[in-house]
Design a protein. Structure first.
Ligand SMILES: [Cu+2]
Length: 151
């Protein structure tokens, strides 16, 4: 019964968002993706870094994990988690992945999980679009375009 009710709510949500019943819902949906703009003087150095942020929605009844991200804009792309320790010092480190709960969302945002983009191969400025391939454990590969924004 409970499961049926959740499906009903999802159906109503889909209808209200303008989806038709003939359109199948993607297992994973990426919304509000953006890449932090890089200071133009910094990006000339050639070793500048930035980050991709987004909201990932899992439309399946099984948890999924973002395990990898790729982009030809950078030398290296990693999944990171930013944390603040007991002394108030902020740091970040690479993680194996970001879990997206079944029928839930994961938010990649400043101060939390993000896709770290290191060693930019070209300058990026506000309004540019950057292409990423996101690899999920269950749902497979998704290609997205994220605009560059000044936070
Ligand atoms: Cu990072």
């Amino acid at each position: 019964m409970k499961h049926y009710r959740i499906l009903s709510v999802l159906f109503i949500l889909m209808m209200s968002m303008g989806c038709t019943s003939t359109k199948t819902t993607s297992a994973i949906e990426i919304t509000e993706a953006w890449v932090r703009a890089v200071d133009s003087e910094m990006s000339m150095v050639g070793n500048s870094a930035t980050a991709l942020f987004m909201t990932i929605q899992n439309n399946t009844s099984t948890a999924d994990v973002l395990i990898k991200a790729e982009s030809d804009i950078a030398e290296m792309v990693q999944i990171h988690l930013s944390e603040i320790d007991a002394n108030g010092v902020a740091s970040m480190h690479e993680v194996a992945g970001v879990e997206i709960p079944a029928n839930g969302i994961a938010e990649l945002k400043p101060g939390s999980y993000h896709v770290m983009v290191m060693g930019l191969k070209r300058e990026i400025k506000e309004g540019d679009m950057v292409t990423f391939t996101l690899v999920f454990q269950n749902a497979g590969n998704f290609t997205i375009e994220a605009p560059v924004k000044v936070p």
